[in-house]
Ligand binder design. Structure first.
Ligand code: ADP
Ligand code: MG
Length: 603
């Protein structure tokens, strides 16, 4: 066989196969270069999903004539000297520009800040032009036209303009989150524009720009350190979850990464707080000595290897769990605003609808007494004796407490219970609004947390059944359940073999009250069958506790007296994670007085 040396262009095209997969990867490389050049303003323009044109303009340090010539040569970089273990820039491989130039029509214009004039160089499908003087602004302008025209095989794999546009916007969002002081704009004839103005060092303000106000309103700040590794950022309250992982952002020393270990740690941290198929939202910034992480894993630089992955994993899980514990009784605010928009305002007297509407809005700033003036037909009689009007409502499953809200309860986070409706919802009055509690969900979380505690303290109370319950199972199922019988005992569930193909339940956890032992055991058996070997025993036992808690939530459909309701609210305040049941559903929603007033057009 004859072995020959490949041409530079071919070498670059081969590298391009990995570095520039699609237009958005070109954008990523160019924007990273602008950031490394110290730019504070980066403008990106695209046409036809970036396939026809990509342009990135920055106000960074620019390049001299000689630097321009070197920039498009393979393995030429200004970013590292002779070591790979001290990388603080986003780039370091010196291969993006030559790769891009080998598969497209690349034009670079650049001018040093204090230079009279700039210079220009072009690379078309690998062939390089002379460097020419060129009038241009300080900083760098890079244009990439007809991406992949020189590699038609790759061109075929491009997706629709729309899909490429979305991918480009995602790349910019991901980067923008980590650099709040930089102004980013993205424009193009075939796309909606994006603009992120600089927010200085206000990280949360930038995150809100990129991910929306909702995110900022529903997150908890995290800040933790383990040895020399620190973790900062924002994590969503569990009820503010998504159907996919697109709202999870992780960075190592400012570099956006897509790392399996980090994402799996995030998932594990929320494991008992989210329903199946739902994903937490989070922005995680990991900072550590560059020597403790290898970023040279893949040409796209999105994969990293930590020197001590277990420590990073522990840091992420520990910090998130702690924050969720601390702020865990917070429920998502979007649940309340969704509810507000679900309220339909229907006028009972259609003929006078316009008049009513005008009347409402004209009184926006009126105080409560003014609004109650008898000239308001809707309020007639209603405002005078609200309580008696409520009481005359004859809904069979609604029941109202009518006692005064006790002041010492009102001041508490979850307020004073005022009523129970449909035998499952507690209405409570807080200082600034009202709360509706799903008593079943709330109780489930409380029971679950108590059971988890008892796993470690062995203090769980069991309640003996007068007559043991005998439940039929296949031999396999019996074996499967008996394997965990000792652990079940720790949780207050005592089972024994009862001849072939049956199991006797002797005791159930007292905390569950009267429970359907057969249904509980069947569900446990099904779940155990699905466990994979990878999850640890602790995780498995938490799952068992969760299942038991769900079966034992006796309070659903139960009438409660005010004292009991208040006791439940107080327990919730003292229970970590009580903002969600253990399936991740919210246990309560909160409506501020302000929101209530908005509903009635008082604001
Ligand atoms: P790398 O970023 O890995 O060094 P690139 O091929 O992306 O490799 O860029 C090569 C070099 O060109 C960089 O090291 C940098 O010196 C210079 N360069 C690229 N883009 C810019 C820019 N926007 N402003 C200033 N210099 C740039
Ligand atoms: Mg680069």
């Amino acid at each position: 066989m004859t072995i020959k040396r490949l041409s530079d262009t071919l070498v670059n095209q081969i590298a391009a196969g990995e570095v520039v997969e699609r237009p958005s990867s070109v954008v990523k490389e160019l924007v990273e270069n602008s950031i490394d050049a110290g730019a504070t303003r980066i403008e990106i323009a695209t046409a036809s999903g970036g396939k026809a044109l990509l342009r990135v303009i920055d106000n960074g340090c620019g390049m001299s004539k000689d630097e321009l010539r070197l920039a498009i040569e393979r393995h030429c970089t200004s970013k590292i000297d002779d070591r790979l273990d001290d990388i603080s820039s986003l780039g370091f491989r010196g291969e993006a520009l030559p790769s891009i130039g080998s598969v497209s029509k690349l034009n670079i214009r650049s001018r040093l800040p204090d230079a009279e004039i700039g210079f220009e160089i072009s690379v078309t499908g690998g062939s390089v032009s002379e460097v020419r003087p060129r009038a241009t602004n300080p900083g760098t302008l890079i244009e990439v036209r007809d991406l992949f025209f020189a590699t038609p095989a790759r061109l075929k794999f491009m997706k629709s303009d729309r899909a490429e546009n979305t991918a480009i916007a995602d790349v910019i969002k991901r980067i923008a989150i980590a650099f709040p002081h930089i102004h980013f704009s993205l424009t193009g004839p075939d796309r909606s524009s994006l603009e992120f103005k600089s927010t200085g060092d206000d990280q949360l303000a930038r995150i809100s720009q990129v991910l929306g106000r909702d995110f900022a309103d529903n997150t908890i700040e995290i800040d933790a350190v383990r040895e020399t590794i620190s973790l900062g950022g924002y994590i969503g309250v569990p009820t503010f979850n998504r159907g996919n992982s697109l709202h999870q952002f992780a960075y190592v020393n400012g570099r956006p990464i897509q790392d399996k270990m980090v994402l799996s740690a995030l998932r594990a941290a929320y494991s008992d707080r989210l329903p199946k198929g739902r994903y937490p939202v989070a922005v995680l910034f990991i900072s550590l000595d560059p020597a403790l992480v290898d970023v040279n894993v893949h040409p796209a630089k999105a994969d990293v290897r930590f020197r001590d992955p277990q420590m990073v994993r522990g840091l992420i899980i520990g910090a998130i769990r702690q924050s969720l514990g601390i702020s865990g009784d917070r429920s998502s605010s979007t649940a309340a605003s969704d509810m507000i928009s679900a309220f339909r305002v229907e006028d009972p007297t259609p003929a006078s609808a316009n008049w009513q509407q005008r009347d409402f809005t004209s009184q926006q700033s009126g105080d409560w007494t003014a609004d109650r003036s008898p000239s308001r037909p809707l309020n007639d009689g209603f405002g005078e004796t609200p309580q008696s009007t409520f009481m005359s409502t004859e809904a069979p499953s609604a029941r109202f407490e009518t006692q005064e809200a006790q002041p010492d309860h009102v001041q508490k986070r979850l307020g004073a219970a005022r009523a129970q409706i449909h035998e499952n919802y507690i209405l409570s009055q807080t200082e600034n609004g009202m709360i509706i509690v799903d008593q079943h969900a709330a109780h489930e979380r409380i029971v679950y947390e108590r059971m988890k505690k008892s796993l470690f303290s062995n203090e769980v109370a069991a309640q003996a059944l007068l007559i043991p319950e005998i439940i039929d199972f296949s031999e396999d199922e019996c074996d499967r359940l008996m394997q965990f019988s000792e652990d079940f005992t720790k949780l207050g569930l005592t089972i024994e073999r009862f001849g072939p193909g049956a199991i006797a339940v002797r005791e159930t956890p007292a905390i569950l009250g009267e429970t359907d032992a057969a249904a509980l055991l069947r569900q446990l058996s099904d779940e155990i069958a699905e466990w994979d070997d990878a999850s640890g025993l602790a995780q498995k036992l938490e799952a068992v506790a969760s299942t038991m808690a769900c079966h034992g939530s006796v309070r659903s459909g139960r009438r409660m007296q005010a004292d009991e309701m208040n006791a439940l609210l107080r327990q919730m305040e003292n229970t970590p994670g009580s903002g969600q049941c253990n399936h991740g559903r919210p246990t309560y929603i909160e409506l501020g007085l302000e929101e209530i007033e908005k509903l009635f057009s008082r604001r």
